[in-house]
Each structure stands twice: as structure tokens, then as C-alpha cells.
Ligand binder design. Structure first.
Ligand code: SF4
Ligand code: SF4
Length: 297
């Protein structure tokens, strides 16, 4: 593979070193431009982040550290994590990009992909003039979490996270259904139907648009997202989210792996090089493979 555009630096680099790295990967840094520095508030603040913030400030950029609400539960938890993990001392303000309830998102088109037509990202990230992802590579039972995951899942709003993790259409837990028919009444597509034999609701996938209105109206919580989706399908959808984001805004990427900082303008190349160097099995990197296949065309 052509690695000509992959750069590295020590994790304890200073602001000058960080600036060289950002210039090398072509991050646009015009004076007063707003840069969303995507980080993961749930992980410890990377050692190199203060140098990156200093470098952006020296260039006159208006940088902020961005993460999004977790998929479930209290959205504000992410900001508590930011404080306890040291991001509030990194040199740029911390922002919850999809708002305090995880509902503030913008829909953008997903072009040149196979599984999605659009993607939902935290609005503050799309308000930025450019995106710089700063990712700490992790590999665990949840899979390979590199740049593509940080962009496609980490920048997605709560609705976007649900979209990539599920089949996009709900299912009914018959044991909780009381047969009230509120779901069939609210459904405008004929996707929610009553089974005349059991008087329980069911979802008819060919008609269901995935709007989730039935889920919100159900008084017993019988309707829920369908998480019965393969890991490969989830990774591929996350990868398509990442592509949509990179198509929408100028971007550059920094990843900490094996005690070094690596930087690249191309998230796919950066993930691929790190995954190969660490010998990550292909079953963990379906998102990378999916984007490479899309590129081949
Ligand atoms: S709204 Fe809920 S409880 Fe009522 S029929 Fe539909 S699934 Fe059953
Ligand atoms: S998700 Fe929307 S379209 Fe699908 S069954 Fe529920 S209300 Fe109908």
C-alpha cells in the first residue's frame, strides 16, 4: 500500500510538532476557522491533545473538543466524563455535539454507499469548518475501534447510533403487548398490524419505514429497536456514516497506537495501516473492508 501520506510523531510532541503534523495532513487552519476536534470523552485525555489545542490556537483557529451523547441513558454523562478524564484542561472547550438530550442533529446525504441514504450527526460537528479526529486505538471484544468508528459512530447523534446498531425497523415483544392498537393507529405506512389470532401487534417489515413513531407511543414499552444485526453489518453502516461525514467537511485524522501518534488525511488508510501492523483479524475490520470495496467501485 502507498503510505506516503502517513505521518508519525511521539505522543509527548510539543505545539510545534503538532502544528507540523496538522500541516502535513492538510488540515485547513485559516484564521478564525472553527475546528471540531473529535475525541472520546469516556477515555483518558490523550497526552498529545494539549499540544494539538495549542497548535490550533497559535494558528488562530477556534477549536472545540467534541463528543456526542451515548446511545442510551443520560446524555450529559458524556460531559461528566470529559471533566473526570481531563479534557477540561486540554486547552479547548468541551461540547456535546448533539445537545444535552442527544436530539440535536443534522441529516446529511450518504452518497456512493450501499446501505444508507442519509446520516445523522451531532449538529455542532457539522457547524465546524473542518473536523480533526483524535482517536486512541482500542481493540476489545466489541471489535476494532479506530478512526472510522470514531467518525461514524462517535460523531453520530443518538438517533444515528440507533440506526447503525439496529435493523432500522422495530420489533414487538408480544409478552408486553396489551392489544391497545395505538401503534397501528399511529402508523401511516401499514407497518404495524394486529394479529387477529392473538390480538397482539406485529411489525410487517416490507411496509415499515423505520420512523419509530409506534415505539414512542406504545404505553407498555412493548416495541423496541431490533438489535439482531450482524457485527459486519453494523461495522459497514458505521463505515458509511464515516464516509458521509468525510464527504461533507474537510477532515484530518490523528490516532494513538503502540505508543506513537500517527496522522493521515485518509481515515481508511490510517485504520488499515494500524490494523495490519497490529495483526487485527479481518472479522474485526469489516468497516475498513467495506469502504475499500466501495472505493474499488
Ligand atoms: S401500542 Fe404497544 S401495547 Fe398497544 S398494541 Fe401496539 S405494541 Fe401492543
Ligand atoms: S416504525 Fe413507523 S412505519 Fe414502522 S411500524 Fe412503527 S410507526 Fe409504522
Amino acid at each position: 500500500m502507498d503510505n506516503m501520506h502517513l505521518f508519525s510523531a511521539p505522543v509527548n510532541m510539543d505545539a510545534d510538532g503538532a502544528l507540523k503534523l496538522l500541516e502535513a495532513v492538510g488540515l485547513p487552519m485559516e484564521t478564525a476557522s472553527v475546528i471540531a476536534v473529535k475525541v472520546d470523552f469516556t477515555k483518558p485525555c490523550p497526552m498529545c491533545l494539549p499540544a494539538i489545542c495549542d497548535a490550533l490556537r497559535e494558528k488562530g483557529c477556534l477549536a472545540f473538543l467534541a463528543d456526542t451523547a451515548p446511545g442510551y441513558g443520560d446524555a450529559l454523562k458524556a460531559l461528566w466524563y470529559a471533566g473526570s478524564n481531563g479534557y477540561d484542561r486540554a486547552g479547548a472547550p468541551c461540547v456535546l455535539a448533539d445537545g444535552v438530550k442527544g436530539t440535536d442533529y443534522e441529516l446529511i446525504p450518504a452518497r456512493g454507499v450501499k446501505l444508507l441514504r442519509s446520516a445523522k450527526f451531532g449538529r455542532a460537528i457539522l457547524d465546524a469548518d473542518a473536523i480533526l479526529s483524535v482517536t486512541e486505538l482500542t481493540v476489545d471484544e466489541g471489535g476494532y475501534c479506530g478512526v472510522i468508528h470514531d467518525l461514524g459512530y462517535g460523531c453520530a447523534s443518538r438517533a444515528g447510533k440507533t440506526e447503525v446498531q439496529t435493523s432500522g425497523k422495530p420489533v414487538v415483544d408480544a409478552s408486553k403487548c396489551i392489544g391497545c392498537k395505538q401503534c397501528t393507529t399511529v402508523c401511516e405506512h401499514g407497518g404495524a398490524r394486529m394479529d387477529p389470532d392473538t390480538n397482539k401487534a406485529t411489525i410487517f417489515p416490507p411496509k415499515c419505514s423505520g420512523c419509530m413513531r409506534c415505539m414512542r407511543i406504545c404505553p407498555t414499552g412493548a416495541i423496541h429497536p431490533n438489535f439482531d444485526v450482524s457485527d459486519a453489518a453494523v461495522q459497514s453502516k458505521i463505515a458509511e456514516y464515516a464516509k458521509a461525514l468525510c464527504d461533507a467537511r474537510p477532515h484530518a485524522h490523528i490516532m494513538m497506537a503502540a505508543g506513537n501518534v500517527y496522522a493521515c488525511a485518509d481515515p481508511v488508510q490510517l485504520d488499515q495501516v494500524c490494523a495490519e501492523a497490529l495483526g487485527i483479524p479481518k472479522s474485526f475490520t469489516a468497516g475498513i473492508e467495506h469502504l475499500l470495496t466501495l472505493r474499488e467501485g
